[in-house]
Design a protein around this ligand. Structure first.
Ligand code: AMP
Ligand code: MG
Length: 338
């Protein structure tokens, strides 16, 4: 199969919607990361997404809508609080889990009776869903297990020959996947942190962070969100997350780095001796935007071990910390501990 690169013109979006209506899968830009989109109500189209990604069949897909009414097609019951949160944070990077309607096949929901729903803000994603007239199931457009793509080129790297088309909508603004929440006890539980932060949710309702966000799930354990149990965002290099001041970080790297190793820094001023490095930014927003691309670049440069400075877990930083912790296989070296 030849993978065609499309732009965001109306003509291209009509072409892409034609492919989706015929049961095909298209790579699409969103403000979080790029997605692999198919008709969420068409089981055999959705099966093609799982095949293209090599994704385990019990890992559910998020269903993307282009207006508030579409929620009612995908969900059988919409909590009052969901409307309140939608009013505040949609369109945007917030996925809400609700009981699924009969229209959503179990392939899409990974065998669950619930479905995660989101209204993306990227104009091309929005227009494409509108043109298709149905919600689109769209997981991140990477091969299962590798870092999510934040540009059309990265989608092509993973999906060339596996899907008929990719829409190039520029760099994803947020850079990490959406915040995933479930509803309980009049509030919400954060199952995956993202661009809509706990602090933002707290302005509307009680919001708790699930334990699985920052700790490793034991094998065989029952989890609230299937994505938690899979190795995620993992580059080929071995990532070590180093917690501590710039000085302590420098001392540690000087004592441990050997040929083929790299540093992943916040800023250039933190460079250590002759050890090659990449920077992923000083603020949580910059880090979210850059992290996945830097992990992919480190692999391209053949990094064996990556010594990464540990981000702060405040605001969007919680999402950055969650992703890099998984990329590091939960290997944190805490230089602050005595
Ligand atoms: P991705 O599509 O790659 O962004 O991953 C979507 C993630 O959202 C999954 O791995 C799940 O962890 C979570 N998710 C989606 N739907 C549900 C659901 N119905 N219940 C719990 N978690 C969900
Ligand atoms: Mg993913």
């Amino acid at each position: 199969m030849i993978t065609e690169m499309l732009d965001c013109s109306e003509e291209s979006l009509i072409k892409a919607s034609g492919l989706i209506k015929r049961g095909e899968v298209v790579g699409i830009p969103t403000e979080t990361v790029y997605g692999l989109a198919a008709n969420a109500f068409d089981a055999s189209a959705v099966e093609k997404i799982f095949k293209a990604k090599g994704r385990p069949s019990d890992n559910p897909l998020i269903v993307h809508v282009s207006d508030f009414d579409m929620i009612k097609e995908a969900a059988s019951e919409v909590p009052e609080l969901a409307y309140k949160l939608a009013e505040r944070f949609w369109p945007g990077p917030l996925t809400m889990i609700m009981p699924k309607s009969d229209k959503v096949p179990y392939v899409t929901s990974g065998g669950l009776d619930t479905v995660g729903i989101r209204f993306p803000s990227h104009p091309a994603a929005h227009r494409l869903i509108e043109l298709c007239g149905v919600p689109l199931a769209a997981p991140s457009a990477n091969l299962s297990g590798s870092p999510s793509p934040t540009t059309a080129k990265r989608v092509l790297d993973d999906m060339n020959g596996r899907i008929p088309a990719i829409i190039d909508g520029g760099e994803s603004l947020v850079g990490v996947e959406s915040t995933v929440i479930s509803f309980e006890n009049g509030g919400v539980r954060i199952l995956r942190p993202g661009g809509v932060t706990r602090e933002m949710l707290l302005e509307v309702c009680p919001a708790e962070v699930d334990r699985g966000v920052l700790s490793e799930v034991e094998s065989g354990a029952v989890v609230r969100s299937p994505g938690m149990k899979y190795r995620h965002y993992a580059p080929k290099a071995s990532v070590k997350l180093i917690k501590g001041s710039a000085e302590k970080y420098r001392e540690y790297v000087l004592n441990h780095a050997s040929s083929g190793d790299f540093c992943l820094l916040f800023e250039e001023s933190e460079a250590v001796g002759g050890v090659p490095y990449l920077c992923y930014g000083g603020s949580a927003e910059e880090q979210a935007h850059a992290l996945f691309e830097k992990l992919r670049l480190l692999d391209e440069m053949g990094a064996k071990t990556v010594y990464a400075r540990c981000p702060s877990a405040e605001g969007v930083g919680l999402a950055v910390y969650n992703r890099i912790l998984r990329a590091a296989g939960f290997c944190v070296i805490d230089l602050e501990e005595k």
